[in-house]
Design a protein around this ligand. Structure first.
Ligand code: ADP
Ligand code: MG
Length: 238
């Protein structure tokens, strides 16, 4: 399960309104991408879904349950950011299992879940290494692994690849697509990279100044942009 619904969601920072009434239904298992120019509210909206940012107005539902006032840990979602602070003194395996350990999970269960995540992410050869002995892409995979072990209802990604160089970004984009295929979980993914959006998304949500400019499949947006802003942003010929 992992259906997420936003109902007339607004965010105000004091007098400044940054999210201006967003309605969106995300189906279980969908790969949704938020795109838009810097400052349009992508991160804020994602953080509101994750519960890291309070929702000023409107409601957020997960599998039909109103979670608007729930703490992040009660929402069952998992967030992956662009800066992924791994614990330098722990091995890769310990990093991946840490949240389960602090939650008091039995050792066997931790080992099973870490092993499963390591298989999916091709990190098995690196489980005993420390993060500093890994490449940037491997470290980012460890950060994703930390999310997978928690069996989240949905994954929330905020520009997870933006600190990687171009070649690695392409490789990791492919890894994330495969991850979605194998886990079949709902993913909401923020990027300002149009190519990333066009290749990964089931549906793209184009944000402009805190509002949805258009929602649609990559093809729908490309072939039928709702306005000039979307056309220019998606790079469609019209
Ligand atoms: P994006 O991720 O699309 O670049 P953000 O969601 O980070 O945009 O920011 C949207 C707007 O909200 C920006 O104008 C930003 O300056 C503002 N903003 C974000 N966080 C805060 C905050 N904690 N206090 C005040 N304004 C904020
Ligand atoms: Mg952002």
């Amino acid at each position: 399960m992992g259906a997420i619904e936003l109902k007339a969601v607004e965010k105000w920072f004091g007098e400044l309104q940054v999210i201006k009434g967003v309605d969106l239904k995300v189906e279980d298992g969908e790969f949704i991408i938020f795109v838009g120019p810097s400052g349009c509210g992508k991160s804020t909206l994602l953080r509101m879904i994750g519960g890291l940012e309070e929702t000023s107005r409107g409601a957020i539902l997960i599998d039909g349950e109103d979670v608007t006032s729930h703490s992040p840990s009660k929402r069952g979602l998992s967030m992956v950011f662009q800066s992924y602070a791994l614990y330098p003194h722990m091995t890769v395996g310990e990093n991946m299992g840490f949240s389960l350990k602090t939650a008091g999970a039995p050792k066997a269960e931790i080992a099973e879940k870490v092993g499963h995540a390591a298989r999916i992410l091709k990190l098995e050869p690196f489980l005993e290494r420390r993060p500093k002995a890994l490449s940037g892409g491997q470290r980012q995979r460890v950060a994703i692994g930390r999310s997978i072990v928690r069996d989240p209802t949905a994954f929330l990604f905020d520009e997870p690849l933006s600190n990687l160089d171009a070649a690695l970004r392409v490789e990791m984009r492919y890894e994330i697509a495969k991850l979605h295929q194998s886990l079949k979980s709902t993913m909401i993914y923020v990027t300002h990279d149009q190519v990333e959006a066009m290749t990964l998304a089931d549906r793209i949500v184009v944000l402009d100044g805190g509002k949805i400019a258009q929602v649609g499949s990559p093809r729908e947006l490309y072939e039928n942009p709702a306005n000039l802003f979307v056309a220019q942003f998606i790079g469609s010929p019209k």
